[in-house]
Ligand binder design. Structure first.
Ligand code: DAT
Ligand code: MG
Length: 151
């Protein structure tokens, strides 16, 4: 097993709708390993850095307002192909296109309230993990169950 890490975040609507437990539960049940979690508010500067790739797009101001509108649950999860596995579990960006069984497909209806963020590549993951967590906050540990999750 080649471990990979991804940055995931329950967005303010997910927190307000009491979906943190549901989302963490899905990730745990999948077999992914939690590495870091932090309940926090995102300031404007961090929001603009995080979503820098979308600056200038029509939805940018709304996106920054949304992500800074209330607390989020910032997380790092680890596993083989964790980035792709989590993107698949999240579903497409627009909940209308997200398949049933995915988080957005099951739990959201609006693109501007799609409950979760997940890194879209290992490079984005490294950048986003570094934005939200210091190295000491990433917890290194072994899980006794891993031989039952990975061949
Ligand atoms: P994702 O969150 O699936 O990685 P993204 O990085 O392309 O999607 O966009 C970031 C967020 O911005 C997305 O979760 C919802 C919002 N968004 C993206 N495209 C949008 C659009 N065309 N109209 C409105 N909101 C949009
Ligand atoms: Mg994205």
């Amino acid at each position: 097993m080649a471990p990979e890490r991804t940055y995931l975040m329950v967005k303010p609507d997910g927190v307000q709708r009491s979906l943190m437990g549901e989302i963490v539960s899905r990730l745990e049940r999948k077999g992914l390993k939690p590495v870091a979690m932090k309940f926090m508010a995102i300031g404007r500067d961090l929001a603009e850095t995080h979503y820098g790739e979308h600056k200038g797009k029509p939805f940018y101001d709304g996106l920054i307002g949304y992500i800074t509108s209330g607390p989020v649950l910032a997380m790092v999860w680890e596993g083989e192909n964790a980035v792709a596995v989590c993107r698949q579990m999240m579903g497409k960006t627009n909940p209308l296109d997200a398949a049933p069984g995915t988080m957005r497909g099951d739990l959201a209806v609006d693109m501007g309230r799609n409950i979760i963020h997940g890194s879209d590549s290992p490079e984005s993951a490294a950048r986003e993990i570094g934005l939200f967590f210091s190295p000491e906050e990433l917890v290194d540990y072994q899980r006794a169950v891993d031989p039952w999750v990975y061949e």
